[in-house]
Design a protein around this ligand. Sequence first.
Ligand code: 3PG
Length: 209
Amino acid sequence: QQEQIDYITQLGVVPLITLHSTQEAIPLAEALAEGGLPIAEVTFRSPYALEGMKLIKEYVSKVTLLAGTVLSIDQAKAALDAGCAGLVTPSFNPELVDWAIDNDVLIVPGTATPSDVEQAYDRGLRHVKFFPAEAYGGVATLKSLHGPFADMKFLPTGGISLTNAPLYLALNNVFAIGGSFPVPASAQQDGDWDVIVRNCSKARELVQA
Ligand code: 3PG
């Protein structure tokens, strides 16, 4: 798990994808990798998630898969069966988090408040998601959380863009940022994979800057 966290930290950006068909899974994953971000959080917000994960795992194996919007243990099990290396959740679900910890599965649970963060902290987790980042105070909130939880690292998502990304990346309690911003809905819909390659490259440049 530390290895996976290190890899996410090194890439610095986790593109979030919600598949609108199974056909787009492979070219979309290829575009992420070509843009320098061979990682994807595939969300369970569409009925194509599981099939898409399996296709990416089989045909674009260089892309590390995370399951996103995981809301139940059943979804977690299905995602792992489909080849996901870890789980990301929008909220702090104690039952799901405990199941992941007991089964040695990487989980980056969603937190938004100090109480959420404490629940993760008490369980020994030091890497959590901060969602919805912009709506919950963004950079200012992350700076405030650093006081009581100095060794907690966050993956902010929700409202992150290429414009505000540098502000988040500059925080020492942010290990990576996430979001749908590398994959604009219009580009995905039109199959304009070059846009996605370019956005991923731009995001990588921001990480390296
Ligand atoms: C998430 O689940 O992480 C968010 O819905 C991503 O939000 P975004 O679409 O604003 O990046």
